[in-house]
Design a binder for this molecule. Sequence first.
Ligand code: NAG
Ligand code: NAG
Ligand code: NAG
Ligand code: NAG
Ligand code: NAG
Length: 195
Amino acid sequence: MASLRFQQFLLVLLASFLLLSCTVKADNDEEENLFKSINSYRASLNLTAFTENDNAECLADKIADQFKKQPCTNTTGSYTVPGTESQFSKYPQFLEKCHLNINDTKNGVIMPVCVPKLDPALVLTNFTQTQYSAYVNDTKFTGAGVGSEDDWIVMVLTTSTPGGAFSPAGSAASVSDMGFTFLLISSFLGFFLAL
Ligand SMILES: *[C@@H]1O[C@H](CO)[C@@H](O)[C@H](O)[C@H]1NC(C)=O
Ligand SMILES: *[C@@H]1O[C@H](CO)[C@@H](O)[C@H](O)[C@H]1NC(C)=O
Ligand SMILES: *[C@@H]1O[C@H](CO)[C@@H](O)[C@H](O)[C@H]1NC(C)=O
Ligand SMILES: *[C@@H]1O[C@H](CO)[C@@H](O)[C@H](O)[C@H]1NC(C)=O
Ligand SMILES: *[C@@H]1O[C@H](CO)[C@@H](O)[C@H](O)[C@H]1NC(C)=O
């Protein structure tokens, strides 16, 4: 009797676990879908596929999170009139959280799109048939990261040049590490000179 209860309990646990992993997966599916569709689109234009950039994805996630409460209108997302984009006041914090240096992101582009329920066909055409197509068509961009929240999906494009590579700020940190080592060596030398 008790073991039957236990089996039922295990079954419920398993079912809820499966359900949970399914919903989690569904969320990533939209991002993965867009990535694949954009690369097929690039291939149809004889352009190289975008490679996945984890730091760009981190930034895309943060920006999607900031937008998620806003409803879709004809002036949001890909319909934003150029030059009137709301500035991301939290941009410096996002960069910090994603371990990025602003100087390594300035040549990238951030493209937020709002589509009810993230309908895959509409999401794709919002990137390929709007003002964003100028960037998606561009050979200059070589990498991308996608993030989504509710009706919002954000794609961040990166370049392979230092101004837009979205490489972790670690490369900048190593410069200061070197400075630190240099300082250590010179004080060490100073120590010897003092002797
Ligand atoms: C892509 O390349 C193929 C073969 O080189 C060519 O036939 C096709 O017209 C090209 N398409 C575009 C959109 O440039
Ligand atoms: C957006 O929609 C409103 C009405 O809902 C309309 O007055 C306005 O002209 C539209 N704007 C654009 C840019 O299409
Ligand atoms: C970015 O570059 C500017 C000018 O080269 C420099 O003054 C600034 O300190 C750099 N910012 C960071 C975070 O490295
Ligand atoms: C972009 O998405 C909106 C929904 O927010 C949709 O109404 C519109 O048709 C889409 N535009 C394109 C070019 O696919
Ligand atoms: C991007 O390429 C597509 C397909 O060649 C074209 O229809 C579209 O106008 C291009 N976009 C821009 C902004 O040039």
